[in-house]
Design a binder for this molecule. Structure first.
Ligand code: CAA
Length: 386
């Protein structure tokens, strides 16, 4: 019996910053952001949005799509994040607390968080696949939720963003079957990390790019050696997307556009462009970024049931994993691309001055309440105070 993703939904804040405006304010050629990094818009989370409320919004959207029998069968809630709000209590417990009554979720669930930088969501998904394999008939809810913030006028500023992806994992999935055989690579390196008590990460940008590409190349070569499968066996490759040029650079390590033309594999590059549409408009969301790419690809309408996908997850520090998946029969009925795009279109554009105010506020401790803050994004779940 295949096991995998039965529903996948995205949540992003209702505010964004056009990258052209950020470039002009920072005295940078806008082409550097649009072409050099591959980013057009950047989601901005106000003080009323944290990784818990964003995760709850994505999870609620998944539960809306989930029959009550699968909600009753829920045995595991696992949340991957690097935007933790408490050093002890799991955000998965808080999300359960927000949603349990509304969606009649059982209390007899395991709920915990997983952390390994941007890889945490993938770790959660693979844990959920193993859980369902070990507990036939049960389901699992996996949430990847992050606010990617580096701070004003930092090297990482144009690669910020915010978003959450939630998925329901069960047997006989109607979206994507996940192959339990994967290829992981772990290397102890300091390319990006956030010491306890610090609000924004420390990052060696150039080293992080190199570590990402090196990890991908090693995972891909090990995957090919172990399985005998190669690029021609896949309809598409999706990547963790800290910014969308990153995945393109990694892809070129194994297939340049010229090689693709020679080998009749231009579809791999075409599908890559489809997979980055949402990330170009949202920016990095750490643990959720790979899954944003998968959603973007599925919503573009070019892949078909039975197509095999290769998915590369990367978390600084560093862990990379190459996962393979098969698109399920009738998958298009499990997504609503028009509604997804409409939600992105409906967001409010901030000026650079407003963005700076929002980021400054959202990096400050929330204090007793968030009602007096500059922008209030009052989605179905929002942070009112601490
Ligand atoms: N027109 C077109 N392209 C231009 C340009 C212009 N006018 N000006 C510059 N560019 C190009 C450059 O040639 C370069 O392209 P290549 O990478 O292909 O060489 C690209 O724009 C970026 O330019 P720089 O390298 O000069 O950019 P930078 O010094 O500002 O640093 C960054 C970019 C390292 C990504 C930085 O924003 C950063 O540190 N971001 C955070 C870290 C990060 O995202 N790392 C990614 C890997 S780690 C990971 O994946 C985990 C994670 O999520 C964080």
């Amino acid at each position: 019996m295949p096991i995998g993703i039965d529903a996948l939904e995205i949540a992003t804040p209702g505010l964004y910053l056009p990258m052209t405006d950020l470039a002009l304010a920072r005295d940078v050629d806008p082409a550097k952001f649009h072409v050099g990094l591959g980013q057009d818009e950047m989601a901005v989370a106000p003080a009323t949005v944290d990784a818990v409320t964003l995760g709850a919004r994505a999870a609620a959207a998944v539960l809306e799509r989930t029959e009550q029998a699968d909600r009753d069968a829920l045995g595991l809630i696992v949340l991957g994040t690097e935007s933790g709000v408490d050093a002890s209590k799991a955000m998965a417990v808080m999300v359960h607390g927000l949603l349990a009554e509304e969606y009649s979720l059982p209390d007899a669930v395991r709920a915990f968080d997983l952390r390994e930088a941007c890889y945490g969501g993938t770790a959660g998904l693979l844990t959920a696949v193993d859980y369902v394999a070990a507990h036939p008939g049960r389901t699992a809810l996996v949430i990847a939720s992050d606010l990617a913030r580096y701070g004003l006028r930092t090297g990482g500023e144009p690669t910020q963003g915010a978003g959450a992806v939630a998925v329901l994992v069960r047997e006989d999935p109607r979206l994507l079957a996940i192959d339990p055989a994967t290829t992981a690579v772990t290397t102890d390196v300091y390319d990006f990390w956030r010491p306890e008590g610090e609000d924004v990460p420390r990052v060696d940008g150039k080293l992080s790019n190199e570590c990402y590409m090196e990890t991908f190349t090693r995972a891909w070569e090990a995957h090919v050696a172990a399985t005998g499968l190669d690029l021609a066996d896949y309809a598409a490759l999706c990547f963790h997307l800290p910014y969308t040029k990153m995945g393109r650079k990694a892809l070129a390590r194994v297939l340049t556009p010229e090689q693709a033309a020679e080998r009749g594999l231009t579809r791999i590059h075409e599908r890559y462009e489809e997979s980055i549409a949402y990330s170009r408009r949202i920016g990095n969301c750490y643990t959720a970024s790979l899954w944003l790419g998968v959603a973007s690809l599925l919503d573009a309408g070019s892949v078909a049931a039975g197509d095999r996908l290769a998915l590369f997850s990367y978390g600084s520090g560093a862990v990379g994993e190459l996962i393979t998946a098969a698109v399920a029969e009738g998958f298009e009925k499990r997504r609503d691309p028009a509604a997804q795009r409409a939600r992105l279109d409906a967001r409010t554009a901030l000026t650079v001055e407003e963005y700076e105010q929002v980021l400054t506020e959202s990096l400050a401790p929330a204090g007793e309440g968030t009602s007096g803050t500059a922008f209030v994004d009052d989605g179905p779940y929002s942070l009112t105070g601490v």
